[in-house]
Write a protein that binds this ligand. Sequence first.
Ligand code: SF4
Length: 710
Amino acid sequence: MSRRVRTSGSALKRTVERAPIRTHCPYCAFQCGLLVTAADRGVNIVGDPEFPVNAGALCLKGFTAGETLAHPERLSAPLVRNAAGRLVEADWSAATEKVASALRLVQRKYGRDAVGVFGGGSLTNEKVYLLGKFARAVLRTANIDYNGRFCMSSGAAAGLRAFGIDRGLPFPVADIAGADVVLLVGANIAETMPPLMQYFEAQRRGGGQLIVIDPRRTITAQHAALHLRLIPGTDATLAHGLLHVLIHERLIDEGYIRERTEGFEAVRAHAATYWPERVERLTGVAQRDIVHAARLLGTASNAIILTARGAEQQTLGTVNALSYINLALAMGRVGRPFNGYGCLTGQGNGQGGREHGQKADQLPGYRRLDDAAARERIATLWGVAPEDLPGPGRSAYELLDALGRDDGVRGLLIMGSNPVVSAPHATHVEQRLAALDFLVVADFFLSETARLADVVLPSAQWAEEDGTMTNLEGRVIRRRRVIEPPPGVRTDLQILNGLARALGAEHGFPSSPAGAFNELRRATAGAPADYSGITAARIDRESGVFWPCASTAKPGTPRLFAERFHTPSGRARFHRVQTFGGGERPDADYPFYLTTGRVLAQYQSGTQTRRITALRRAARVAEAEIHPRAAQRAGLADGGDVTIETRRGRASFRVKTTAAIREDTIFVPFHWPDDHSANRLTNPALDPISRMPEFKVCAARIAAAPKHQP
Ligand code: SF4
C-alpha cells in the first residue's frame, strides 16, 4: 500500500514517566548530562548538576535538543520510491523486504562487496557493534566505514602509532583545571563545547596559562595568554619549532625519554633544522612567540597539549598530531596526572563509534581486522568461520567516491549520517549517491542524503531509546529512554534486527540495547577497548565507567599510561615525520586559504539543528569570515554576499568581516546544504595514513554574489 508522505505532527502523548530522567545530550562528544522530563508537548531539559563532566552546564544546543522530538517534519513511516520516482509511504514489512531483495540482487549481480554500509559517529555503542556485525556476518561485505573517518581518524591513527592505543583523552577532563599550561591546537571549544570552558576558567583562576594555535582569533583564542596565529596547514612545522626551542634550552626530560620512550634521537636531529627564524618564515608565527610558548610549556610543572580538527583534518593530519605528541613526550608529560597529550573528540559517540567495528579495518573492541587471533575470536562469537569474515574495506571517502562504479559499491545502507552535506567535494558525492543501483537511509528526518534514497527507514531519536555512549574521556555512559518513539518509528536496533532476519539471519541481532551491550561486552573482553567489566548498574553508580575495564570487580581506568604504554615494548614511540607537502595551497588563480569549521548554534550537517527555532534564529545563514582588507579589495561589504569558488565548485555565503582572521584566509561553517554548502568547496585529498580528507585547507577565490537566500 502506498500513501502520501506523512510526518509525525507535533502532539506528543508518548510519555514513559514524568519524573526527570538522567540521560545525555544528543550532540557533541562532551556528552553533557541532562535531566529530561517528559511533558505533554515534548520534553523539558535542564543540565544534570550531578554528572561530573558538565556539572549542570549546557550550551544552547543541549537546552533546545527536545524540539526535534515532536518536529512536524519528523518521518513516521517508511518511504519507498515508486515507479514515478516519488517517495511514498509503505509499511515496515514491505519496506524491509524491498531493502533485503534489492541488496540480495546487487550482491548476486556484482558480488558481496558491491553492497556497502556507511555508519555514523553519533550512533550508540550497541548500534555501532551490530552495524559492523550486520555488514561482516550477514552481508559479508568488506565495505563498511563511517563519517567519523572525517572527524577522528588522524588523532586516532597518531595515538595508535605513538601509544599503541587510541583513547582521545587518556585522562579525565578535570585534569585540565590542574595544568599550569594548556596548549590547544586547532580547537575552538568556546563555540563547539562551551561547557568544557569551565575547566579552562578554573585553570586560569588557579594561575594557569592557555596557549592557542589557530589561524583565527576565535572566542577561545581570546581567552588565551598567547595566541599563535599560524598559516593554515603549518601545524607540524610549528610543533617542530617549539621542540627545537625546548631542546636548545634544555627544557626536555632526558630521563623520561630514556626510560619510557623510543625513537627520540631521530626526532632530535630533525628538530635541529627548525630554528625559530625559519619557523617564523614558514608558519607566520613570530619567533618571540614561538620561544615564549616553548618556555611556558617547558618550565610548567604540569602541562597538557590538546589537538582537534583544525590540526587533524588535513592531509598532514596524522603527522600534525604525531608532532604534538613528540612535544608532549619530549617534556616527559604523558602518563602523569594533570599532564599529557589528548585529542578532543568531536561527534557525540566519536570515541565509542571508532571502537566497535564500523571502521573499514576494525573489529569490536579496537581489534584489528587483519589480526588472525582477533578474527578467530569474533568469528566464533558470531558463529561464522574466520575465513568468512571479509578483510579491510575502503575508507569513507574512497567508498563514497567509487559508488555506482564497476568496481565500487552499487547498493548502500546509510545509518546516522548525511554525507551529501558532511563529505568533502559534496557535489561529487551527491552524484555518486545518485549513481547507485540502490540506496537505503535510516534517519528521522528527510535529510539531504535521505532525499536521494530508494527506501527511507524512520528511526527513533536520542530521548526515545536506551543505549551507551562513550564520551571524549573514554567514559562509558548511559543514554536513557524518556518517551516512546512515535507510532510507526523503529529504533536502529529494531531496523537492523528486521533487515538481518529478512536476509536470513534469524538470530544474533538483539533489538534490545541491553542484549546488544551484553554481547558487545563479550566481544571486547581482552581487547584494547575492553568493556567486559562495565555494567549498567556500575555506570549509574560511578557516573560512567572509563575503559579499559576488564572485570566487574575492578575499577575502570580514568588515566592511561601511568606505568607503561600499549606498545610491545611498553614504551611510547617518537615519530620523525615529514612536515611539508599536503594538498592544495593558494596560487594566482585561487589566492586564499579556505578553512571550515563549526559555529556555536549549529551541529555537523545541521539535520537536527537547522530545524530548531532558537538555533535557526541564532545562526540563520552561513557566514564567511573575511578580513576587512581582503573584503575591501574584493569589493565586498559586511553583511553583503560572497561567492567562494574552489577547484571543486562554488557556494555563496553572507560576508562577515573580521580582523580576527588572517588576511590570507577565509573561514566558512559546514552546517548548510545546497548553494551554501562549504563542502562543495573542500578538497577530498586524503591523509595517506588515516584517510582523513583535507577539510581544513584548500585554495579559494572570492567575488561579490547575488543576494544570499537562507
Ligand atoms: Fe554539551 Fe555538546 Fe550538548 Fe552543548 S552540544 S550541551 S556542549 S554535549
